[in-house]
Design a protein around this ligand. Structure first.
Ligand SMILES: Cc1cc2nc3c(=O)[nH]c(=O)nc-3n(C[C@H](O)[C@H](O)[C@H](O)COP(=O)(O)OP(=O)(O)OC[C@H]3O[C@@H](n4cnc5c(N)ncnc54)[C@H](O)[C@@H]3O)c2cc1C
Length: 187
């Protein structure tokens, strides 16, 4: 059973995976390579003068893998379950997880299928988003949402930050206390 299963490996999902795996959680990320970021050229991401979207996504995946996150390719078709955990079905396999983070970008169909409440989006070209509270929780206990699909501004720095925020909230809930990840300058 994974502690945290993330659907979507764009800036939001991969950033969530970095924090969750670095916190020592057992993390799986499932992605079907249909994100918008692969068409982007980015010059407004703090700390990075310029980078292509595909390179940013690749770097995020590598960083999360370094901390032990697992990645698989596939389309998540359904999420079933509740308080004792969820069964996540892809077009190829079944996975079990305690918490789910939906980071599916412009795609909210999976959320609706899983019984997660959606609503009209407010950002340009974002038709439907998941209804979350400030922490990223949805109406289904254990299912969280982050990034574009959670209605934040559609920029890599913002979606990545939102993924990190939601992961920190999930980690804190699993740990039973607020989580902070601060490495100290070496030497
Ligand atoms: C042409 C273009 C140019 C851009 N330029 C900039 C820019 O200059 N600066 C900037 O800040 N932002 C830019 N952006 C926006 C930026 O790409 C997005 O803000 C951000 O990457 C969205 O991140 P995300 O993680 O929310 O979604 P995404 O990057 O879309 O990731 C969502 C992931 O979820 C996966 N997924 C969805 N449903 C499923 C499912 N059922 N099963 C498995 N996987 C699933 C998708 O395959 C995808 O990989 C640009 C976007 C475009 C399209």
């Amino acid at each position: 059973m994974y502690e945290i299963l993330i659907v979507g490996a764009g800036p939001s999902g991969a950033s969530a995976a970095i924090f969750a795996a670095k916190a020592g959680k057992k993390v799986l990320v499932i992605d079907n390579d249909k994100g918008v970021t692969k068409r982007a050229w980015v010059e407004n991401h703090y700390g990075v003068s310029e980078i292509s979207g595909p390179d940013l996504v690749q770097q995020g995946k590598k960083q999360a893998e370094k901390f032990g996150a697992e990645f698989v390719q596939g389309t998540v078709e359904s999420i079933k379950g509740g308080d004792s955990g969820f069964v996540v079905k892809t077009d190829q396999a079944l996975y079990e997880a305690k918490h789910i983070i939906l980071a599916t970008g412009f795609m909210a169909d999976l959320a609706a299928e899983a019984g997660v409440t959606t609503k009209e989006g407010t950002e340009p070209r974002v038709k439907t988003i998941i209804d979350t509270d400030e922490a990223g929780k949805t109406n289904v206990r254990g299912i969280w949402a982050a990034g574009t699909v959670a209605g934040v501004s559609v920029h890599t720095i913002v979606t990545a930050g939102d993924g990190a925020k939601v992961a920190i909230n999930v980690i804190s809930e699993l740990n039973g206390e607020r989580y902070v990840d601060h490495d100290v300058l070496k030497g």
